[in-house]
Design a protein around this ligand. Structure first.
Ligand code: PEP
Length: 251
């Protein structure tokens, strides 16, 4: 069975100006560089806003911390004012891109078909897509959580998915930025359901108010291959503490 190296991804969302972002990125790069044998058992990834990619990429260079985008257009270039292409992200030093985040699906009306095209675009540019799926509170209460997640997976993953080009992030919408987290039992259950419908060895992250207090419980679940962290990634100490909760890779 393939080893699934855990991934801890920080989604800075629309936060950060050059000065504070540089301090944050530098704090993380320093921890990663001096950690030596104490380095967390996970890959680290930072997804800053587009305006900060080049600067943060420069600060992270040589630290082993990867750089990612938060979204992209499906096309390589063209008349798409305000958008950024997968090729542009790759050119800026990104190796990952978050796609289908609930703040895009619900805040910008992104459909599964649109997300699928973006994933295909990300692959064309050589990026690993972190595909976000998750149900709303109302959908969970109506007993539709599994259906919603499976529908999003089926509609958002193009042909050609492999464990090398895809990461899935299960993020219950009601848990994002709210301080609420899904129960460990519900996380394990949904991750097992997701695992059955994606290529073997594909990593599945949990996202939704992960913080230094709850990270150990979540990150040591057998089905959890890391986390997508929003708020707590804006503090280097918090992000590092979460990273240090990652157990050795599952085999
Ligand atoms: C996210 O941005 O995907 C997220 C999970 O945010 P938070 O950790 O703040 O809930």
């Amino acid at each position: 069975m393939a080893v699934r190296t855990k991934l801890l991804a920080g989604n800075w969302k629309m936060n950060g100006l050059r000065e504070d972002a540089e301090v944050l990125a530098r704090g993380l790069a320093q921890r990663a560089t001096v950690a030596g044998g104490g380095r967390p058992a996970c890959e680290l990834l930072i997804c800053p806003p587009a305006s900060l990619l080049m600067m943060v990429g420069g600060v992270l260079s040589g630290s082993g911390v990867a750089l990612g985008g938060q979204d992209c257009h499906a096309a390589p270039k063209g008349a798409h004012t305000g958008d950024i292409s997968p090729e542009m992200l790759a050119d800026a030093g990104c190796s990952y891109v978050i796609l289908g985040h609930s703040e895009r699906r619900h805040g910008h009306g992104e459909t599964d078909a649109m997300v699928r095209d973006k994933v295909a675009g990300a692959w064309r540019a050589g990026l690993i897509a972190i595909l976000c799926v998750g149900e709303t509170q109302a959908q969970r209460q109506a007993g539709r959580a599994t259906d919603i997640v499976l529908t999003q997976l089926a509609g958002s993953i193009p042909d050609g998915a492999t464990s090398g080009n895809l990461v899935v992030a299960y993020e219950p919408v009601w848990a994002i930025g709210t301080g609420l987290t899904a129960s460990l039992e519900d996380i394990a259950k949904m991750h097992a359901i997701v695992r059955a419908s994606i290529p073997a060895g594909t990593r599945i992250l949990y996202g939704g108010s992960v913080n230094p207090q709850n990270a150990a419980g979540i990150l040591t679940l057998a089905e959890v291959d890391g986390a997508l962290v929003g708020g707590a990634s804006l503090d280097a100490d918090s992000f590092w503490t979460i990273a240090c909760c990652c157990a050795e890779p599952a085999a």
